[in-house]
Every structure is written in structure tokens, then in C-alpha cells.
Design a protein around this ligand. Structure first.
Ligand code: GDP
Ligand code: MN
Length: 391
């Protein structure tokens, strides 16, 4: 689960990490008012969206007057933000943060992430933080410091001090940094985070160490332990189709292509997307309907897939292991009759009772004229790409 920067700043601040004070607003008039109430000469207006790269996209702006705050807010609320972390259509901005600006002497990167290769959490830090961190990681991997946490004991004070030294901190600042890092790692573990990132962490011209951006994501499977975190969930930032899918227990992620896929099992869904791509198509979504596909699930899945107006065709790829192919075929026909197959649908079934399933589908061709069957995944991908191309 993702939360907004303003929520993350609040949590980090409560964990003892120094964060400049800020207010959240929803209109340009409120932004003007917040600037006045903050009472600081220079402030920063920041779009609150679940995507980074805001600075480069023009959605983080320093302002020196209430009027400038109003104008920046009007721009951000009235335009969609496009960054490398959004789709080409960008995302709408509904909330803004108005924070006291700081005089930056240097920007650092500090984060904790899950390191799957080491099977533990790891600190990631760099003295070259800020908006170019991806480039730094790519071109100068040696400038990125990693410090794995002991799985049971967590980050040890000596590791925090080593990280401080590696970043070039010394004296009082070194102590401040090590203290902040220990707090951040304790926060990461306590809240079952999947990422807790401060970029940039800054040293101000007057020598203070402050977090001026914060990105925190949580492990969905651990949210039951954190009702206070779950209460921060903002569904307005999630695609409505994704919310609907979650309610139906479908694992659905919308993508930018035009070939929808309905698959059982996450691995098979990934493979299906790859093979669509291999044959020149582009997947409109990831959808894992789970092992035991039932008629209700298939009907709702088709409703969700076909609600996406970009979709020109659907590839159904199901392995009948837990569920039997004949039952799946019947579920698909029911979905076709209830939802209406308005676009080409190619079905590839494999597994238990597959021959009966093929017979059932062959018998339904009259009532569902856009339905085709395929013998294997390559055949299915070629057929759906051809069917959607000719449209
Ligand atoms: P992101 O681009 O989405 O990661 O947004 P950030 O909150 O990290 O802001 C992007 C950049 O804007 C930072 O790296 C800073 O260089 C700059 N910035 C943000 N807040 C301040 C501030 O208070 N003062 C100054 N001088 N620059 C800031
Ligand atoms: Mn940032």
C-alpha cells in the first residue's frame, strides 16, 4: 500500500525524524491561505500523488509570495502530471503540500528497501541524492552504499555510524545522521514497510539535517497488524477498475496496451503478457483470477476488462489444474452471455478435461461469434494480435 508524502512526513516526524512543518490543501485559495498562515518568506508547493519525479515535471515549486503559491497551486491542480513514473496520460492532482522551504547545502539519498537477494532489509544511501538518483545508481553504482539489516536484530549502531562515515559525515552531523538512520530502520521494521525512502535528505546552510521528501510503502500482507496505517489508505488515487477488481478478489493491474488478458496464476499471467509482446501486441492489463476460477469471477473479470475502452481484444489463458477446463469453459460462456463479447476473444485452455472444454466452446460459437479457440499460447497470442490488428 502506498501513502502520500504528507502522510509519510507525519509518520516519520512522529518517529523522531526532523521534517519541516507543512500543510495540506485542496484548492488554490487554500494554498494562498496556507502560505500566509505558515508565515515563512519562502515556501514550497508540492503535488501529492503516488508517483515520483515531481520536481522535474514542474510539480514541486519554490514560491516567495502568497500569489505565487496561488499560481503554482492553480497550475498543479489544473494539469495532469506526467513523469517517468506515470503513464503517458499522466495523473490528476487532488492535493498539495505547502511546506516551509529550506536552504539546501547538500542533498543525500537515504532509503530502506527489501533486498530479496539477501532475504533481508537493506539500507541504501548516497551522497549524490536528489532528482538524479536513478542516473547515479545506473552510471555510478559505486556511489551507492548498501548496508543489510540483521534479520532478527535490525540495524546495529555501528552500521549506522559506518554509513555516516561512508557518506562523508563527521562530528555532530555524523551523530545526527546515524541517529536518524537508526530511527528510520526501526520505523521500517515496526511498520512492515516495503520501502521507506528520504530523497533528498538535506543538510541546510545552517547545518541542520532534514527530510524534505518521504516515500513510504507498506507490505499489504502485513496491514492487518497496522489498523492505523490502513486508515491512511487513499482510494481516490487508485484506478477505479483496480478497486473493483480487489473487491472481487481479482489480482488486476491496468496497463497501457490494448489486448486484455484473463489468466489464472501470476506466473502464467506474466508469461502471457510476455508472449503477447513477443508477437507484436501490447497487454492492456495483468489479471490473475486465481487457481479456482468460478463463473462469478469470470463474469466480473470480463466486466472489468471490457470497461477499459482501450481494449480491442481479450486473450484467455487458463490452466485447469485446481479448476476443471470444462467448468471454466462453461463459466466463459456464461460470462459471454451476461457481459457480451463486444471484441474478439481468444481462449487457450489446457489441463484436466480439456477435450470436453473444447467441445463446449465449439458448441457456443453461434451465440458468441467473436470467440476463437487456440491450441497453445503462441497460437493464442498470434490469433489475438491478428484479430485486434485488423480492427
Ligand atoms: P520528487 O522530484 O518527486 O522526488 O520531489 P522532491 O520533494 O524530492 O523535490 C524535488 C527537488 O526539489 C529536490 O531534490 C530539491 O532539489 C527541490 N526542493 C524540494 N524542496 C525544497 C526546498 O524546500 N528548498 C529547496 N531549495 N529545494 C527544494
Ligand atoms: Mn524526492
Amino acid at each position: 500500500m502506498k501513502i502520500h508524502e504528507y502522510q509519510a512526513r507525519d509518520l516519520l516526524s512522529r518517529a523522531g525524524i526532523a521534517v519541516p512543518p507543512a500543510r495540506v490543501v485542496q484548492t488554490a485559495a487554500e494554498a494562498r491561505q496556507a502560505f500566509i498562515e505558515n508565515g515563512l518568506a519562502r515556501q514550497v508547493v508540492k503535488a501529492q500523488v503516488f508517483a515520483g519525479g515531481r520536481g522535474k515535471a514542474g510539480f514541486v515549486k519554490l514560491v516567495d509570495s502568497a500569489d505565487e503559491a496561488f499560481k503554482a497551486a492553480e497550475f498543479m491542480l489544473g494539469n495532469r502530471m506526467v513523469s517517468p513514473q506515470t503513464g503517458p496520460d499522466g495523473i490528476a492532482v487532488h492535493r498539495l503540500l505547502i511546506a516551509g522551504a529550506v536552504d539546501i547545502a547538500h542533498e543525500y539519498y537515504l532509503g530502506l528497501v527489501l533486498d530479496r537477494a539477501r532475504a533481508t532489509a537493506s539500507v541504501i544511501a548516497s551522497a549524490q541524492g536528489g532528482v538524479e538518483i536513478e542516473t547515479v545508481a545506473h552510471e555510478h553504482p559505486e556511489a551507492i552504499i548498501k548496508e543489510p539489516l540483521h534479520p532478527a536484530l535490525g540495524l546495529q549502531p555501528y552500521q549506522a555510524r559506518n554509513t555516516a562515515v561512508a557518506l562523508g559525515f563527521s562530528g555532530k552531523q555524523g551523530q545526527l545522521f546515524a541517529d536518524m538512520l537508526l530511527k528510520l530502520s526501526a520505523f521500517f521494521v515496526r511498520y512492515d514497510c516495503s520501502i521507506a525512502e528520504i530523497n533528498p535528505l538535506v543538510i541546510t546552510r545552517d547545518g541542520r539535517l532534514l527530510a524534505i521528501d518521504a516515500k513510504v510503502n507498506f507490505d499489504d500482507n502485513a496491514l492487518f497488524r497496522h489498523p492505523d496505517i490502513l486508515a491512511l489508505k487513499d482510494d481516490a488515487e487508485t484506478d477505479p477498475l483496480e478497486i473493483r477488481a480487489a473487491e472481487a478478489n481479482l489480482n488486476y493491474i491496468k496497463l497501457d496496451g490494448d489486448i486484455a488478458c484473463l489468466v489464472n496464476g501470476a506466473g502464467l499471467a506474466m508469461a502471457t503478457m510476455d508472449v503477447i509482446q513477443l508477437h507484436g501486441g501490447s497487454p492492456a492489463n495483468f489479471l490473475d483470477v486465481g487457481g479456482g476460477v468460478k463463473a462469478e469471477g469470470a463474469v466480473e473479470a470480463f466486466r472489468i476488462l471490457l470497461a477499459d475502452k482501450k481494449v480491442k481484444g481479450v486473450l484467455v489463458n487458463i490452466f485447469g489444474g485446481i479448476a476443471r477446463c470444462d467448468l471454466i469453459a462453461e463459466a466463459l460462456i456464461q460470462a459471454g452471455n451476461e457481459v457480451g463479447f463486444t471484441v474478439p476473444v481468444v481462449v487457450r485452455l489446457e489441463g484436466t478435461n480439456v477435450q470436453q472444454a473444447r467441445d463446449i466452446l465449439a458448441g457456443a460459437k453461434k451465440s458468441l461469434p467473436t470467440l476463437q479457440t487456440a491450441t497453445d499460447l503462441n497460437d493464442a497470442a498470434q490469433k489475438i494480435v491478428a484479430a485486434t490488428r485488423s480492427k
